[in-house]
Design a protein around this ligand. Structure first.
Ligand code: GLU
Length: 429
């Protein structure tokens, strides 16, 4: 059986599409498929589906104009059987309990797939931070940190950046935590290098994404140096993915950000685009390109599609109109269940988020280890270790997919659930 055929035989779900909507329902469905495949005991299924602890906090913020507003913040700790809870903090208007729970759950599987000694958690505040001043951002971050202080710790739960949070936000979190507990760089990862951050951390998710794309191209017979790609999202993850893909010869035909997008049939000049974005804060208007919208980008005929922004963008309708050979989920949870089935039927392999974008948390692990050891690694050490970890994870998932004739996603879940279940049995049974 060919490698592409191997993807074909995932049993199609019996549940109707219309009954599965929310990110958590999609995740539970994916979980159950894999859990049933490995005949996971029902009590362990229940234990691994539900989060260990949830915290919902009020975050009051006095805006620069004197107005006091109350925002809602969350930290949800899904599982810590294999190590401390780990996962980012997201500032976005769509943040709610259901989304944070789904993202926390994904972190448990992600850390298990790359086999690093962490569990899964996620946090966030329901706010549109784009209109906040730097002073307001800092006050919001410090307020939130002090509210979740009681459940985080360098051996308990270690936050990191996510959508709309960055190294600066991590510096404020570390500083706020340190006021109470003393100097504790290992309390967060993704810090500025000057404060104990790791070489290679800011590039890590994009770099890791490209390592998995390289492996997938080998496995599915795509010549990357002659391939074409489109990337939705040009923040930290999308921009580094574009840079590393281009360095390997792949032409990036289109990219978008929240404001719009740019297209060039001969491939965008990525180094020039990166410079343009630094100045203009958007890809829109990049010289030598045509405009393209966030909806249209997915319909571009190309080899590789990389969603690198928010969840839920690849719906069944979108999937049916796409014309590509490989999907690399640099974003978390970008594909609905219905779209997943369309890709599967059409023989389009999907590198699932929990594998594809695990480079970020992998280098977070290296950062945490460096902080605990009080020892610094070089860029080369970090990137070599990241390469080893990501390639091994891809191989483990791919081999499992081939062995059982299942999709890469089901294989990734199977591998992750198996590892977490084994650790659980050893601890409690
Ligand atoms: N927010 C990133 C993710 O979703 C990184 C998490 C971390 O480094 O802890 O994987």
């Amino acid at each position: 059986m060919s490698k592409r055929q191997a993807l074909k035989t995932l049993p199609v779900a019996s549940a109707s599409h219309s009954t599965i909507h929310s990110p958590m329902e999609i995740l539970n469905y994916q979980f159950e498929q894999a859990a049933n495949l490995i005949k996971l005991e029902p009590n362990l299924q229940q234990l691994l589906k539900e989060p260990y602890r949830e915290l919902h906090v009020q975050v009051p913020l006095k805006h620069d104009n004197g107005e006091l507003k109350i925002y809602h913040g969350y930290r949800i700790q899904h599982n810590a059987v294999r190590g401390p809870y780990k996962g980012g903090i997201r500032f976005h208007q769509d943040v709610d309990r259901n989304e944070v729970l789904a993202l926390a759950t994904l972190m448990t599987w992600k850390t298990a797939i790359v086999n690093i000694p962490f569990g899964g958690a996620k946090g966030g505040i329901a706010i549109d931070p784009t209109s906040l001043s730097s002073k307001e951002m800092q006050a919001l971050t410090r307020g939130f940190t002090s509210k979740i202080d009681l459940i985080i710790g360098p051996h308990r739960d270690i936050p990191a950046p996510d959508v709309n949070t960055d190294a600066k936000v991590m510096a404020w979190m570390m500083d706020e935590y340190g006021k109470k507990h003393g100097y504790t760089p290992a309390i967060v990862t993704g810090k500025p290098i000057a404060l104990g951050g790791s070489a290679g951390r800011s590039e890590a998710t994009g770099r890791g994404t490209v390592f998995t794309i390289v492996e997938a191209c080998k496995a599915y017979g795509i010549e990357l140096s002659k391939a074409t790609a489109v990337i939705q999202g040009f923040g930290n993850v999308g921009s580094f993915t574009a840079k590393f893909l281009r360095e390997l010869g792949c032409k990036v035909l289109a990219v978008t950000d929240v404001k719009g997008g740019v297209f060039n049939a001969n491939g965008l000049d990525i180094p020039a685009l990166l410079k343009y974005v630094q100045k203009e804060k958007t890809v829109v208007g990049f010289p030598g390109s045509e405009p393209i919208s966030n909806d249209q980008i997915f319909y571009t005929k190309c080899d590789i599609v990389v969603p690198a922004a928010l969840g839920g963008v690849l719906t069944g309708d979108v999937a049916r109109k796409m014309n590509c050979r490989l999907i690399a989920e640099a974003a978390n949870n970008p594909t609905t269940k219905e779209a997943d089935e369309v890709f599967y039927k059409n023989n389009v392999p999907v590198i699932p988020d929990i594998l594809c974008n695990a480079g970020g948390v992998t280098v977070s692990y290296f950062e945490w280890a460096q902080n605990l050891q009080q020892y610094r690694w070089t860029d080369k050490q970090v990137n070599d270790e990241l390469s080893k970890t990501m390639r091994q994870a891809f191989q483990d998932v791919y081999d499992l997919a081939k062995k059982h004739n299942i999709s890469l996603r089901t294989a990734a879940y199977t591998l992750a659930i198996d590892r977490v279940a084994e650790a659980t049995r050893l601890r409690v049974l």
